[in-house]
Design a protein around this ligand. Sequence first.
Ligand SMILES: Cc1cc2nc3c(=O)[nH]c(=O)nc-3n(C[C@H](O)[C@H](O)[C@H](O)COP(=O)(O)OP(=O)(O)OC[C@H]3O[C@@H](n4cnc5c(N)ncnc54)[C@H](O)[C@@H]3O)c2cc1C
Ligand SMILES: *[C@@H]1O[C@H](CO)[C@@H](O)[C@H](O)[C@H]1NC(C)=O
Ligand SMILES: *[C@@H]1O[C@H](CO)[C@@H](O)[C@H](O)[C@H]1NC(C)=O
Ligand SMILES: *[C@@H]1O[C@H](CO)[C@@H](O)[C@H](O)[C@H]1NC(C)=O
Ligand SMILES: *[C@@H]1O[C@H](CO)[C@@H](O)[C@H](O)[C@H]1NC(C)=O
Ligand SMILES: *[C@@H]1O[C@H](CO)[C@@H](O)[C@H](O)[C@H]1NC(C)=O
Ligand SMILES: *[C@@H]1O[C@H](CO)[C@@H](O)[C@H](O)[C@H]1NC(C)=O
Length: 442
Amino acid sequence: MAPSESFKVPSSILIVGSGVFGLSTAWSLCKNPLFENTSITLVDRQPFPCPDGSSIDTSRIVRPDYADAAYTSLASSAQALWRTTFAPSFYHENGLCITASGLEQTYVSSSYDNVCALGSCRVQKLKNEEEIKQVCGTERASGTVGYVNWSSGWADAEGSMCWLCKQVEARNRVHFITDTVKKLVIDHSTNTVAGVQLTSNTTLTAALTILAAGAWTPSLLDLRGIAKATGQVLIYLPLTSTEQAHLGSLPTILNLSTGLFAIPPSHNLLKIARHGYGYTNPVTIPHPTSTNSSETITISLPHTHIDNRTQCVPSEGLTSCLSFLSHIHPTLSTRSIQSSRICWYTDTPTGDFLITHHPTFKGLFVATGGSGHAFKFLPVIGDKIVECVMGRTPDEFKGRWEWPEKRVSDEEWVGDGSRGGPVGMVLQEETEKGALERGSKL
Ligand SMILES: Cc1cc2nc3c(=O)[nH]c(=O)nc-3n(C[C@H](O)[C@H](O)[C@H](O)COP(=O)(O)OP(=O)(O)OC[C@H]3O[C@@H](n4cnc5c(N)ncnc54)[C@H](O)[C@@H]3O)c2cc1C
Ligand SMILES: *[C@@H]1O[C@H](CO)[C@@H](O)[C@H](O)[C@H]1NC(C)=O
Ligand SMILES: *[C@@H]1O[C@H](CO)[C@@H](O)[C@H](O)[C@H]1NC(C)=O
Ligand SMILES: *[C@@H]1O[C@H](CO)[C@@H](O)[C@H](O)[C@H]1NC(C)=O
Ligand SMILES: *[C@@H]1O[C@H](CO)[C@@H](O)[C@H](O)[C@H]1NC(C)=O
Ligand SMILES: *[C@@H]1O[C@H](CO)[C@@H](O)[C@H](O)[C@H]1NC(C)=O
Ligand SMILES: *[C@@H]1O[C@H](CO)[C@@H](O)[C@H](O)[C@H]1NC(C)=O
């Protein structure tokens, strides 16, 4: 796509963050002839693959059935690549089974009807517990009604990110640096970002800086009312090879009422997680871009096992995952979990991504706001980000990915309607109520 008339190709681009948003941007830039003379640097606080990054995990669901047409169409184009040339062998099309027991029944039945009205897709309605059990291969059904979409799948997240990193390295265009960005270097007299300052006190300069620091982005730029970190619980249960062989080919199971889901196991590990409102972790930090050194902001930021090696998942979250497990696989529920983790979403008020030039700081671009659903777009999101860099935001995402006109107070965040589970939890409060050691037994 041709850039907008006012766009000048930057002589140097610095990307902060090597997750889905940052790495895919680097890849797209090095494939695009327009940027052949641009020097590209990618800095991350951790060596690749980042051990506590949201993009690095055993598995992520790849499904194009959004309620929203723009994301559905983008996800379909991503899925076409997952199925063919992108990270072959890391994508598996096992199907996705969505179930509900209560009010959501109506939602499940009506989305099913919508889909079938469209015709040909491989969707099978599950009318009762027996059918759910049979399709999901579970000992007990995860609801009373549901459907399975055999056209959905999942990707080995770490595997496909490593595959992409190799593609980027092979182009020999991107300079990788491991260091923590302390802050943006801003010339306040001209409102221009000239690069970043690292913990080592070195400065990296660039004509364009792209912040793609995931859930940490709000520590580098004031995103109050625009994006915030929310912590989500995951547990991993060890399986025998026989169990792996049995469960590995079955669909992902998602309980819409609770947001709990189980992705088919890989490498003898069954993952259970909750797509929920999550935990916030409020901290007060110096205002990241203010000239007044005593100004502070209070925001939610990630707190991970890198910050605290003995970090424990609140027992509220573990109990929730384990009760899902014991409901669907009672015979597995007495087994000790192998590990647990809190993984951080970068939530936005509507669940839309934030992919935009900064409205006042020249030389600054932001690519974040994954809102718990960006992974599936890995094959295509970098190209979209580069289009936005060139001033060509896709029409269907205008006013959605762009810098919002106003900041939205926490109570008014509507989300995308996909979350389940409890609302308004604070990580420290929940941890103080009780936490279970990683690997401990209930
Ligand atoms: C538990 C969980 C389940 C999910 N499930 C799905 C799913 O099933 N399907 C789906 O499509 N999506 C899913 N997602 C969402 C998807 O994984 C994320 O939207 C996506 O990975 C976000 O990528 P990112 O690049 O924004 O963040 P990250 O991958 O976290 O990357 C940000 C990087 O920035 C670096 N960084 C941060 N601060 C600094 C700094 N100051 N200096 C230098 N580097 C810095 C970090 O080290 C990190 O590597 C899930 C997310 C989670 C957490
Ligand atoms: C890159 O630099 C070369 C050599 O100066 C020049 O011929 C080419 O047109 C430049 N490419 C772009 C896209 O500007
Ligand atoms: C099922 O998957 C297909 C193809 O991936 C998609 O187009 C469709 O919208 C999905 N439908 C539902 C209800 O999941
Ligand atoms: C799914 O959620 C509903 C509503 O909370 C609950 O009644 C049902 O038991 C859940 N199923 C599983 C398997 O947890
Ligand atoms: C960087 O500079 C700050 C402030 O000048 C100083 O406190 C810190 O020790 C320096 N760090 C390194 C690694 O030199
Ligand atoms: C700097 O910030 C502090 C704390 O918010 C405030 O009290 C003070 O008035 C500010 N100073 C200036 C010059 O704006
Ligand atoms: C690390 O986490 C453990 C368990 O939650 C807690 O007891 C401990 O105080 C934490 N340590 C720090 C330095 O935060």
